[in-house]
Design a protein around this ligand. Structure first.
Ligand code: CA
Length: 506
């Protein structure tokens, strides 16, 4: 059924686009929350450049990930397949098998010039690219090392977000102009430890951020959430995360500070040292200390995001200045969402909205109407088929995502009724593995291994997911339907591990 839809969409393509295939720029950030993007109305800060993409194209208000964590999300984007199919399930022991198919390989064999620059995090060298230059593992904020295509490691002076933009522009300058291109820019920002560029230090110091309504969540009715270790209060570190080390010696030993040159270090110290002196004088404890941590977290995180947005603007300016904007698809998304203090948390992993949902905006001049706002259920899984669709390359049958183009161009297309999620890690931050299904109104979650149990949320009545209503009177029919839908998704997507768990009585 879907193949037919795709053909209709391709036929709708006008002649110019059919003959001149679009260039593609995908900007993937890390841990960037939609709450921190002004296009989404978050109100925490202005992000004029991400907003530029949304205004010129589409903003997806219900964009989700299949597995809310760094490496797995990138593997899903590349392959258009769930973690259980592409093999990269977690950041602990997975190594991406680069010999498998990807939309990049498909584009390249159909004549595209391809590159990935920046954060990669898949534990094996990229395959299928004309050029790649990647941060080893998480990479560093200051003077980052890169793994180069020729097998060498090279250190670049400067702040990582600027460096990744520089390298991307250099690649665009040198590319084969006779071919369309697909460039993936993988930013490290805004990953922990939220270390801003020196020019952005203190940018939000005049702002006091309101605590989210559920900042002091006590996790009643949610056993998994109760067992977690990702709270601002208990988990966030004063040194590593918030740069309050207690002594110069400890700071000198910190990997992020060690890398700075004397000029960078002097500027960073000039910012953080007075804050630490003030903190020492305040002698805070209890809630006062937790709330102080929250304000510091917000200020560092948003300052780091300011550089991200500015550099996205640089990339857009480059396209403008080189006459490329009209024939280039630009997509901005994060590898997943992030907690900005909701439930008292930072980090991600959960199928709860703040981490399950990801910001995603896309412009495609001539094809997607400026100012489009879409509330269809879409996923990072859909990027690969969408871009192949746009490039007029047949979508391989084993890709599990759907092209977003038919829905974007045909308002009557309602899109999916439900989406499936599966998180595997059972280590860092003590988040239990879980899988589940989300419909437009409800969410059903099955936790396993660390916590065995079910959760059900009515997102219309309880958008913050504070009350697990699984097993509550009056929800029998809804639960039965959702369990049926979950089974349907698991069978369709061939998730054998989840199927085994679902067959257990609980
Ligand atoms: Ca991430």
């Amino acid at each position: 059924m879907f193949a037919q839809k795709k053909q209709t969409a391709s036929k709708a393509t006008n002649d110019t686009h059919a003959t001149k295939r679009p260039n593609i720029v995908i900007i993937v950030s890390d841990d960037h929350a939609y709450q921190a993007i002004s296009a989404y109305g978050g109100g925490l800060m202005q992000t004029p450049n991400i907003d530029r993409i949304a205004k010129a194209g589409a903003r997806f208000d219900k964009a989700y990930v299949t597995n809310s964590i760094c490496g797995p999300s990138r593997a899903v984007i590349l392959t258009g397949k769930y973690s259980h199919k592409n093999g990269f399930r977690d950041n602990e022991s997975s190594v991406f098998n680069g010999s498998q198919d990807s939309f990049i390989k498909q584009l390249r064999s159909s004549g595209y010039e391809t590159a990935w620059i920046g954060k990669w995090h898949l534990q094996s060298d990229p395959q299928g690219f004309n050029y790649w230059q990647i941060l080893p593992d998480q990479g560093d904020y200051y003077n980052p090392d890169f793994d180069m295509m020729d097998g060498t490691k090279k250190r670049f002076d400067g702040y990582v977000t600027n460096v990744i933009s520089d390298v991307s522009e250099e690649w665009l300058d040198k590319r084969d102009e006779s071919k369309p291109f697909c460039l993936v820019i993988g930013h490290k920002a805004t990953h922990r430890v939220w270390l801003p560029d020196t020019t952005d230090l203190g940018k939000f110091d005049q702002t006091t951020f309101p605590l989210p309504a559920n900042f002091y969540d006590t996790y009643q009715t949610r056993k998994g959430a109760e067992m977690q270790d990702m709270s601002i209060e208990k988990t966030m570190l004063m040194g590593y995360d918030l740069k309050m080390f207690g002594s110069k010696e400890k700071k000198d030993q910190d990997g992020n500070f060690k890398r700075m040159n004397p000029a960078q270090r002097a500027r960073v110290d000039a910012y953080y040292n007075p804050i630490e002196s003030e903190l020492n004088a305040l002698k805070l404890e209890g809630k006062a200390l937790t709330e102080w941590k929250y304000q510091r977290y917000m200020r560092d995180y948003l300052s780091t995001a300011a550089s991200l947005d500015r550099n996205i603007g640089r990339t857009l300016d480059y396209l403008d200045e080189h006459g490329l904007s009209e024939n280039t698809i630009v997509i901005y998304l994060s590898d997943q969402g992030f907690y900005m203090g909701e439930h008292g948390w930072f980090d991600k992993r959960w199928m709860y909205e703040e981490s399950f949902r990801t910001p995603m905006v896309m412009r495609y001049p001539g094809m997607v109407k400026p100012g489009t706002v879409s509330d269809r259920l879409v996923m990072n899984l859909d990027l690969a088929p969408t871009l192949l669709d746009a490039a007029n390359v047949p979508i391989p049958k084993d890709m599990q995502g759907l092209s977003m183009l038919p829905a974007l161009m045909n308002k009557d297309d309602e899109g999916r009724e439900a989406i499936y999620y599966h998180y595997y890690e059972n280590g860092e931050h003590s988040v239990s593995p879980h899988f589940g299904v989300r419909t437009k109104r409800y969410k059903l979650i099955r936790l396993y291994e660390r916590v065995e149990g079910w959760e059900l949320y009515d997102l219309e009545k309880d958008p913050s997911e504070m009350a697990n209503i699984y097993g509550k009177k009056g929800y029998e029919k809804i639960t039965a339907n959702l369990r049926k839908e979950l089974m349907r998704q698991i069978v369709k997507l061939q998730d054998q591990d989840a199927l085994k768990i679902l067959k257990q009585k609980l």
